[in-house]
Design a binder for this molecule. Sequence first.
Ligand code: ZN
Length: 397
Amino acid sequence: MSRFRLQSTPAQERVLLEHCGHARFVWNLAVEQHAHWRTGRRAAPGFVAQCRQLTEARAANAWLAAGSVTVQQQALKDFTQAMANFVRRTHRRPAWRRRGRGEGFRIVAVKPGDVRRISRKVGEVKVPKVGWVRFRWSRAVADGVKSYRVTRDGARRWHIAFNVLPTPIPPPGAGAVVGVDRGVVVSAALSTGELLSAPTLRGTEKARLLRLQRKLARAQRGSNRRGKVKTAIARLRARETDRRKDWVEKISTRLAREFDVIAFEDLKISKMTRSARGTLDVPGRGVRQKAGLNRGILANGWGLLVTRLEHKAPGRVVKVDPRFTSQRCSACGVVDREARESQAAFRCRSCGFAANADVNAALNIRFAAGHAVAARGGPPLGEPMNREPQRDLLLVR
Ligand SMILES: [Zn+2]
């Protein structure tokens, strides 16, 4: 996904804001429906039922019918996805959306001619009910745009992100398997021993953010100054998000290129199984502070990394049972609840193997994936593997 700055005219901006308003309205209706249904008896309406209701609502309300049906339907689709994420426990329950906060809408079924370059620095995109809107051609737009999302950030700048399914990267073919562990202290650890950290704000930017936050605390509610400070904070945060997204793109491309099989933990299985190591919900000692820094990558970046890899290495992503990955010794296979010297260090009391705790976990993920692949006797098909290493029958107390 690549983001470009939209350069809409004031007249276009009015229609864009209307689209945002409609998307928000429909989204909030869905939130309300599900909140109401939660306590109720029958299942809440799904996407198809909601689309039918939307058609009825459009027939009854001229102002809604005047808007784009794509914008409104996609808001429902986004909501459906958000609910799925909530059920999978990777995200919070979809919440009510307020005006001016994280506004946006999605357009699908984009035709090949709907995005074009008109000069060296300027591109144009066709937006329903708006027409051709210019954007800054800051880098190449990939071919085959299927959908795009228009957003307005806290600083009131408009962006467009084109969604292109990346062309699959061919596997290297040597049978290399890598385990990737979602770290608490680092962003990700590879079974090769490499520790990867998602970029955060730089030192000077962090200091500036801290200053701004102090300023915000002092600023009077509703004042001009407060608005300006908020905008500056939103800008810094957006910069951080951009950097992390770029990082995810780079890492996913690299892993798809260097390894035939990329193994992750299956996050659908409860995170609570990792209690020895601490999770965001139930942190181990000393996790909380670091968790704060890493929250972004854990909440969004991690899911994005897996999703992008599934695009770039289809059929080559394996998900393994996360049980014991943090307590098992990757060298001798003994599962020892006390083998953690600290948050970052693993030392096996049976064989003396010592390693970074996240790398040890990554090695276990790689091991479980290797088992799963071998058991099938062929190339991985990409379905989730819920097999656990068989040597893990021995538990040390
Ligand atoms: Zn050991």
